[in-house]
Design a protein around this ligand. Structure first.
Ligand SMILES: C[S@@+](CC[C@H](N)C(=O)[O-])C[C@H]1O[C@@H](n2cnc3c(N)ncnc32)[C@H](O)[C@@H]1O
Length: 242
């Protein structure tokens, strides 16, 4: 089975820090928040992505479709806290931080990766969190879902204002366990998951995350699902309509 792994060359793809427009804030791009379907103003979100995000994080591992779903989720749901794993070099953490800042959303990003002595093919070691170094993003080293649930409980934030981003080991069993734990403890939280693209077996892709999402949504029919599905790696948003 071929697994999509973030190669070292991808991880260290040149990231050009640009100050162009860095302090610009954007108009509220959430649309029809009282309706059942997810919607944002795509033009405003696109302008933000092109001007602000791409110069910082590039398009690996998150292509434009996924940068859109990540930033649109923050813009639409205005979370007070985001819990994500794994941190790796900090691209997703930086994307969430920049989005909240640009759209004037008071939100704390918490990012988890495994301890240094835990073996994992993608463990970033000394590069862990380098894209958020010096920024007010909280970094932790422990199993993501375990730490996230503990800290989320302490923060006493309404479930509705919490966003989880699941981007750990991409195994079917892990994603299934993580989704179940989030839904049980924070039933109204929004959930974004990475590497959820489905392709038929001849592709030899790892479709474990897709399978976990598929089963979860069959058993939890109150969740709505928005997915990027034009190609790898694929991202899915799960949320409950009001
Ligand atoms: C694909 S990378 C994540 C990319 C990262 N979100 C980014 O934007 O740069 C997967 C990361 O998850 C970490 N990881 C794997 N299992 C984990 C777990 N159970 N808890 C926390 N982190 C985990 C790995 O060490 C690795 O750094």
């Amino acid at each position: 089975m071929i697994r999509r792994l973030l190669k070292k060359s991808e991880a260290s793809e040149p990231v050009q820090e640009s100050n162009a427009g860095h302090n610009k804030t954007y108009a509220n791009a959430s649309k029809n928040a009282d309706c059942s379907e997810f919607e944002v103003n795509n033009w405003i979100v696109s302008e933000f992505i092109v001007d602000r995000l791409v110069p910082i994080v590039g398009t690996h591992p998150f292509p434009l479709t996924e940068l859109t779903l990540m930033s649109a989720s923050v813009v639409r749901f205005r979370p007070k806290a985001i819990f994500e794993w794994g941190t790796h070099i900090g691209k997703s953490a930086r994307i969430f931080y920049e989005t909240a800042r640009a759209f004037d959303i008071a939100c704390q990003v918490h990012s988890f990766d495994l301890p240094d002595d835990v073996e994992h093919v993608e463990h970033p070691h000394e590069q862990r969190g380098e894209l958020v170094r010096g920024l007010p993003v909280k970094l932790y080293q422990e199993d993501g879902v375990t730490g996230a649930l503990r800290i989320c409980r302490k923060g006493k934030i309404s479930d509705d204002k919490v966003l989880f981003f699941v981007d750990g080991d991409h195994e079917y069993g892990s994603v299934k366990r993580e989704l179940a734990a989030i839904a049980k403890n924070h039933p109204r939280a929004k959930i974004l998951l990475h590497d959820t693209f489905y392709q038929s077996p001849k592709s030899h892709y790892n479709v474990g995350p897709w399978k976990a999402v598929e089963e979860f949504t069959k058993n939890n029919k109150s969740y709505k699902r928005v997915s990027t599905n034009t190609g790898l790696p694929g991202m899915t948003l799960l949320y409950k309509a009001k």
